[in-house]
Design a protein around this ligand. Structure first.
Ligand code: FAD
Length: 496
């Protein structure tokens, strides 16, 4: 049996589903294949304004109303009364390293220099969301099906034969004896780090070319205490309704609270951390949360976790000895073969950039495929390279200055400038295929990023405070919102 499609999308994560549904809305015959069965656990749960605003554009441009609830927390809660997810008002950072005084709760830093809160939305209703990926990915797949996409789960790609048309041999779980050949005019790799098509088309593992190097262990837990800071009334939003980053000497812990009492928790180590040792059999029992999170150095975090326990799902810890991935150097992308940015690279959970990258990638890939005159694929490929470079620079800078909390916060501010600059442009001009995400191909942005980075590194090397006026001038080259300007490190939402 052989079936022909205009487009086959391999991978049914958010990037794959969004690509497939937009193409179907433009009248293309689309199949989407995923090797797993949905719903399934996944990380990449913390959404951001770039992701939300892009989803809003896709929802309007393609008339897909069901995407609107994913763009604002208030809409999600109104329309999805059974669903969970979590409110994300911004980015919260607490420095838990030794030597920091605690506030009256004993948990959170008393010193403003050890805490940073950056609001990313004006109100709870307009807030971003933490996505329970099992739920949201299923939600997106359901939209695909309603738009006529043929969705196949438990479907493994075995072989790809050269194009015109592409012939893909797949095997269906549960029926391993029978393989099937599908054909299509365009293949889209949306398989994330697996790079299923990329590998078949000659791409090689180039992860060592990235500057960022971290490892991670993560799961869902329940019963985490909600402990407000002693000065909660002064904060721009409730500090825990955010992507919370607990900073430790050798990495950080993320905390993403969901509305049903679950918390997504993950430990990121600079370098390979104990994930290597774990591979050798010294992994703690799954129920020893504090050992899995490696937070013994922090009495405050240990206390905060004292009554927490593992959630039923996924019910164990997952880990990655190298969070980053990077595929390079294979067949040049064309209108008949395209890859999402998130198939080409993962940088890091720090700054929550993955969903935005997948979603903005899907928007551009669809434009390349459906545009009558033919889109500029070479430009898209160049954009993705520049985006990966921009992110790798921004994230690795934050890790390079890790030992200096003040400079780490400045490195975060530099990333926020890049993100807000994108948001400003995206909102005022709408979808522009020539705009790279984070405006990564624009010379002014590249120069300001490098100059701001140099100012931070100079302060590190000379062991002195940052040249703040010079730093602010560089951030002002990137975005309009004033950043890195408050001694209390509390940033309310002032954009828009
Ligand atoms: C530890 C960690 C934490 C992260 N946290 C965040 C965060 O807070 N915020 C954020 O924005 N991003 C985060 N990210 C990044 C985010 O997870 C990804 O960028 C995002 O999931 C990319 O979406 P995608 O649709 O491109 O790929 P994925 O979500 O990875 O989906 C790929 C799909 O392809 C399928 N697949 C794989 N192999 C095959 C095969 N052989 N055949 C068929 N199908 C296949 C998989 O089953 C999967 O369903 C994080 C990443 C990591 C590693």
């Amino acid at each position: 049996m052989s079936a022909h499609f205009d487009v086959i999308v391999v991978g049914a994560g958010p990037g794959g589903s969004l690509t497939a549904m937009q193409l179907a809305r433009r009248g293309r015959q689309v199949a989407m294949l995923d090797k797993t069965q949905f719903p399934r656990f996944a990380v990449g749960e913390s959404s951001t304004p770039i992701a939300s605003r892009t989803l809003e554009q896709i929802s309007v441009d393609f008339g897909i109303d069901e995407l609107a609830p994913l763009t604002r927390w208030g809409k999600w809660r109104e329309s999805q009364t059974q669903a969970t997810g979590g409110l994300k008002r911004g980015f919260t950072y607490y420095d838990h390293r030794p030597g920091r005084n605690r506030d009256a709760t004993g948990l959170w830093p008393a010193d403003p220099a050890a805490r940073l809160l950056v609001a990313a939305s004006a109100s709870d209703a307009d807030g971003d969301s933490h996505w329970v990926r099992a739920e949201v990915d299923q939600y997106l797949v359901d939209i695909c099906r309603r738009q006529g996409v043929e969705v196949r789960f438990g479907c493994t790609v075995e072989q790809i034969q050269a194009e015109s048309p592409w012939r893909i041999t797949v095997r269906q779980a549960g029926d391993w004896s029978a393989s099937e050949t599908l054909s299509c005019d365009t293949l889209v790799d949306a398989s994330g780090r697996a790079g299923v098509i990329l590998r078949q088309l000659g791409y090689r593992d180039a992860v060592d070319a990235l500057r960022t190097q971290t490892s991670a262990r993560f799961t869902h837990i329940v019963n985490t205490a909600v402990a407000e800071a002693a000065d909660a009334d002064k904060l721009p939003y409730r500090a825990h309704e955010a992507a919370v980053h607990h900073l430790l000497h050798d990495g950080w812990v993320w905390e993403l609270r969901m509305s049903d009492g679950r918390t997504s928790i993950g430990r990121v180590w600079t370098g390979s951390g104990p994930t290597d040792a774990a591979a050798n059999g010294t992994r703690p029992s799954p129920h020893q949360l504090r050992d899995n999170l490696d937070v013994a150095s922090s009495p405050s975090l240990s206390a905060w976790l004292s009554s927490a326990r593992l959630a039923e799902s996924p019910g164990d810890w997952l880990q990655s000895a190298r969070v980053q991935h990077r595929w390079c150097g294979g067949r040049t992308m064309s209108r008949s073969f395209l890859a999402l940015p998130t198939s080409l690279a993962t940088i890091d959970p720090l700054h929550s950039t993955g969903l935005a990258h997948a979603i903005t990638g899907s928007q551009r890939i669809v434009d390349l495929i459906v545009r009558e005159a033919g889109g500029d694929v070479a430009r898209y490929a160049e954009q993705v390279e520049s985006e990966i470079e921009l992110l790798d620079r921004a994230v690795s800078l934050a890790y390079r200055v890790w030992a200096r909390c003040d400079l780490f916060f400045d490195a975060c501010m530099l990333y926020f400038a890049l993100a807000i600059g994108d948001e400003e442009d995206r909102i005022s001009k709408g979808f522009q295929p020539e705009r790279a995400t984070w405006r990564a191909t624009e010379l002014q942005v590249q120069q300001a990023q490098r100059a701001a980075e140099a100012i931070i590194m100079d302060a590190l090397k000379a062991d002195r405070p940052i040249d703040r006026p010079a730093f602010r001038r560089q951030l002002a080259e990137i975005c309009q919102v004033p950043l890195a300007c408050r001694d209390d490190n509390l940033y309310a939402y002032t954009f828009g």
